[in-house]
Design a binder for this molecule. Structure first.
Ligand SMILES: Cc1cc2nc3c(=O)[nH]c(=O)nc-3n(C[C@H](O)[C@H](O)[C@H](O)COP(=O)(O)O)c2cc1C
Length: 346
């Protein structure tokens, strides 16, 4: 087969899923929802990017109502959300792709972090300390959302543990004065992430669960970033093994040239390892041949090139994404109107 010599286009068995290539669509919030309900054109958007045996991760879906002003991102906490996701999932399945739902805890206007630790600057809003009841509530929200995602027809879920959100914030709390079970030591700081993993795993089964981290990233005014993100990444990757989850998805540092920052985390994790963040075709191929990753998740390239795996196969020129329309709410422009190869060369 033509694609066989290109590592990114070789087949891969991810748990129970047989993938025909390793070019994964990274989760990307597109802010095209109507009051948290996924917009119907999302079915076209995702199905344009679906291939037989491909793997797509949907944009982050909120597990509970988000703070004000965040309503154009989708939810997955209600029956209405489940029904709205169904035709989107069906459209992706009709093209033969595996489709996971990324689960995001959005924070709430008055919420921040776990009791006794440093306050978390919640997404957009003022922090406070989370009580143990609130922690239980968040865990329950993850549980219900994972159940809902399965009811909507998704093949599994990816826990959003990256980019300065609650899980990531707690992972990076290295300096809380030693007061509680969620701060200071790696064991403590990983506790919440692992509680979420355990909760979701118990609900839908480990073979349907992935998690995403970005140990190198600084987001949303998170002042704390572990001084040794690689060690933190390796620790959490290793800790996940106990739960037997399907995959660990790590985002490499923004400023890196190449592909090898995540290798130690890949070595530490027993399941499928997905790498993301600034990869081009060559980096992706190298990362796979050097066994630094099993799969590569592409964000902006997939957004701008609905037929990205085909273009990689043919060595065809790639469309560039349009920054101006990444997050606008037009259901077509910058969303479903990126040209396919045939249209480019016609
Ligand atoms: C428009 C846009 C929306 C994104 N939304 C999410 C998201 O919902 N969840 C997430 O984990 N990462 C999100 N990301 C990050 C991407 O998944 C990816 O890690 C990032 O774009 C780097 O990969 P790339 O260089 O291949 O684009 C988003 C990125 C973009 C460009």
């Amino acid at each position: 087969m033509e694609g066989q010599s290109i590592p990114l286009l070789t087949p891969y068995k991810m748990g129970n899923f047989q993938l025909s290539h390793r070019v994964v669509m990274a989760p990307m919030t597109r802010f095209r929802c109507d009051n948290t309900i996924p917009e119907s054109n999302a079915a076209l958007y995702y199905s344009q990017r679906a291939t037989e045996g491909g793997f797509l991760i949907a944009e982050a879906a909120c597990i509970s109502p988000p703070p004000q002003g965040f309503k154009s991102a989708p939810g997955i906490w209600s029956k209405e959300h489940i029904e709205a996701w169904k035709p989107i999932v069906n459209a992706v399945h009709a093209k033969g792709s595996i489709f996971f739902c990324q689960l995001l805890y959005p924070g709430k206007p008055t919420q921040a972090i776990v009791e006794g630790t440093m306050a978390w600057r919640s997404v957009f809003l003022k922090p406070h300390k989370l009580s143990s009841d609130e922690i239980s509530q968040v865990l329950n929200d993850f549980k219900m959302a994972s159940r809902n995602a399965m009811e909507a027809g998704f093949d599994g879920v990816e826990i959003h543990g990256a980019h300065g959100l609650l899980i990531d914030r707690i992972l990076n709390q290295s300096n809380d004065g030693g007061t509680n079970e969620y701060g200071n030591s790696y064991e403590n700081r990983c506790r919440f992430a692992l509680q979420v993993v355990e909760t979701v795993t118990n609900e839908i089964g480990p073979e349907k669960v992935g998690i995403r981290f970005s140990p190198f990233a600084k987001y949303h005014e998170t002042e704390d970033v572990d001084p040794n993100p690689e060690a933190l990444g390796v620790y959490i990757a290793k800790s996940l093994n106990k739960y037997g989850i399907l995959y660990c998805h790590m985002v490499q540092p923004d400023n890196i040239d190449g592909y090898d920052s995540l290798g130690p985390m890949k070595q530490a994790f027993n399941g499928t390892f997905i790498a993301a963040g600034g990869y081009n075709k060559d980096d992706g191929n190298e990362a796979i041949s050097e066994k630094h990753a099993d799969l590569i998740a592409y964000g902006r390239l997939f957004l701008a090139n609905p037929d990205l795996p085909k273009k990689f196969e043919l060595g065809a020129p790639l469309n560039k994404h349009d920054r101006a329309t990444l997050y606008t709410n037009d259901p077509v422009i910058g969303y479903t109107d990126y040209p396919f190869l045939a249209e480019t060369v016609a």
